[in-house]
Design a protein around this ligand. Structure first.
Ligand code: ADQ
Length: 518
């Protein structure tokens, strides 16, 4: 009896994420357009929000304040959430930049990926913070709080709206009314739940609060480096249920609550006692729209030449291990020259956070590395590395996934990693080999992949060699098992599992009779 939004009386779902499921832009004549976002989260959650009469709260990708009242309807009828089903959070550009580039991507992204040296604070600067840094640091945290507050206020608006509709539908009988579920996503919104809970209690707005973190949750030793770690933990604990991709992240979170806040915890059952409530902490590994990718792979025309391709697909981000990976491919060509002129590394990198200095530097480093290796090994009609810096269509992506001999998914640290799963879904001939980092969440479940430490460049090169010479029987045996698991544990399964966990938790904020209109 998993909630999918289909059944009558199912709880309305309010999704809160940094981005709305589409992007707003103005065209040349000033008309507002919405471009559809094709991510797995949108495809899975969008229909549920529509069916259960819920709402989606997020930033529309534009700082233009006029957008608030004029979000255009989707081009395709029923193809997306209608304007009244979304609430856009609009934030001044400087504030948003300080929140997004400052705190989210400058501090939490590196810290939560266990790379504290890259975070915009360090243990040295805490003790004696130069005035200027102190100012920026404080500003970022305030920006984070302020933006989270904006999201919380919109969510409260949404809750009020959903409540008054339910009260009408159920003739004011709150005892039989379904309890709305608020599902907050990711590291941009770790404080929002605390503010939502406070107002919901004050206004008797019954609801259940859930949170899912898409990136890793670091160990206590890393988390405690953040000077306001207690606020982050308390922000998350304002929820009734908290989901992470894997067990390790749950364990880290529970340990942080115990050691930093002194909470009573139950590791075995994944419970944290906080504020006279039990917060349920669950591992819920995300999946992909498996059938969608498989269908794309069945239809997509061939786009690659007839050669053996080792494929990498990533956002250009320092957590993805691109430099180490490219060096490992160079090492392969040195150690196993039989692959010269026979194998290519196709690296597709989506531009990401391009206005951040560190990301610009990484792009330059990769440009140079690719240039040097191609200069070293290329012949008249063959180059070892083909490098695409840009976004490619899902059709082409599916064709690359389908026709590659090997996928190299070697992040230094990654919450889950969807590329590994998309590759497997597109492997309709089941002959490709997945090489996977154990430091991706996916490394914990995709056991039939070849697992290798991405920092050990020699071993990665040997793993590529092993994959390239693996006999077809073994390749198919491994791929079949990987495909079976990913097709059953797809994104719909993940969503249903989260919502089922939400159904099981008790509502700690109950509406009181005073909220029933007379
Ligand atoms: P991301 O860090 O964005 O997600 P990932 O899970 O690999 O990482 O997803 C990337 C997505 O971008 C994939 O769906 C992929 O198809 C797409 N993509 C990559 N390169 C592309 C290109 N050149 N053109 C078009 N599309 C491209 C965060 C966490 C992850 C976690 C997800 C979901 O960091 O660990 O798996 O959220 O929870």
């Amino acid at each position: 009896d998993v909630q999918t939004g289909d059944e009558a009386g199912s709880a309305p779902l309010i999704v809160v994420s940094n981005r709305l499921p589409f992007v707003l832009t103005r065209d040349k004549i000033g008309k507002l357009r919405r471009s559809h976002s094709a991510g797995g989260l949108v495809t899975a959650l969008g229909p549920v929000v529509i069916k259960c009469g819920g709402l989606w709260i997020g930033w529309p990708g534009s700082h233009d304040m006029r957008t608030l009242d004029e979000i255009p309807e989707p081009d395709i009828p029923n193809g997306g959430l209608k304007s009244q089903q979304v609430k856009a959070v609009l934030v001044r550009q400087e504030l948003f930049d300080s929140f997004y580039n400052g705190c989210c991507n400058g501090t939490f992204w590196p810290l939560f990926h266990s790379m504290p040296d890259r975070a915009i604070f360090s243990s040295e600067t805490w003790k004696s913070i130069p005035l200027k840094d102190q100012h920026t640091k404080t500003k970022s945290v305030q920006a984070y709080q302020e933006v989270n507050e904006e999201f919380a206020l919109k969510t409260i608006d949404a809750l009020r709206q959903v409540h008054s509709r339910l009260l009408k539908e159920y003739n004011g009988n709150e005892d039989v009314m379904p309890v709305p579920v608020v599902w907050i996503h990711d590291y941009q919104l770790m404080l929002a739940a605390a503010m939502i809970r406070q107002v919901a209690i004050e206004e008797n707005l019954a609801c259940k609060l859930g949170f899912f973190l898409h990136i890793p949750f670091p160990s206590w030793d890393i988390m405690r480096l953040f000077p306001w770690d207690d606020q982050i933990l308390e922000g998350i604990l304002a929820c009734d249920m908290v989901g992470f991709h894997i067990d390790d992240y749950c364990t880290n979170f529970i340990e942080c609550c115990q050691r930093r806040l002194g909470c009573r915890v139950d590791h075995a059952n994944g419970n944290v006692e906080y504020d006279n409530r039990t917060v349920h902490v669950r591992p819920l590994p995300i999946g992909i729209p498996f059938n969608h990718f498989q269908e794309l792979a069945l239809k997509a025309p061939r786009v690659m030449k007839d050669e053996r391709v080792v494929l990498g697909v990533d956002r250009l981000d320092y957590t993805k291990g691109l430099v180490q990976r490219i060096k490992a491919f160079e090492r392969l060509l040195e150690r196993h020259p039989e692959h010269l002129e026979r194998v290519v590394l196709m690296q597709i990198a989506v531009p990401s956070r391009t206005d951040v200095k560190e990301y610009k530097a990484l792009k330059e480093e990769i440009d140079q590395l690719v240039g040097r290796i191609n200069g070293r090994f290329s012949t008249a009609d063959w180059s070892p590395i083909r490098y695409i810096y840009g976004c490619i269509s899902q059709d082409n992506l599916a064709a690359f996934y389908r026709d590659s001999a090997v996928a190299l998914v070697t992040p230094l640290r990654d919450g889950m990693n969807l590329v590994a799963k998309e590759f497997v879904a597109c492997q309709i001939n089941e002959t490709g080999v997945l090489i996977l980092s154990p430091f991706a969440g996916a490394g914990g479940t995709m056991r039939e992949a070849l697992l290798v430490n991405p920092y050990e460049v020699d071993m990665v090169s040997e793993m590529i060699h092993k994959a390239l010479i693996m006999d077809v029987g073994e390749r198919q045996r491994r791929m079949k098992l990987l495909r079976e698991r990913e097709s059953s544990m797809d994104v719909d399964y993940w969503m249903a599992s989260f919502l089922r966990e939400m159904q099981l938790v008790e509502c700690a904020i109950t509406g009181s009779p005073s909220s029933i209109p007379v």
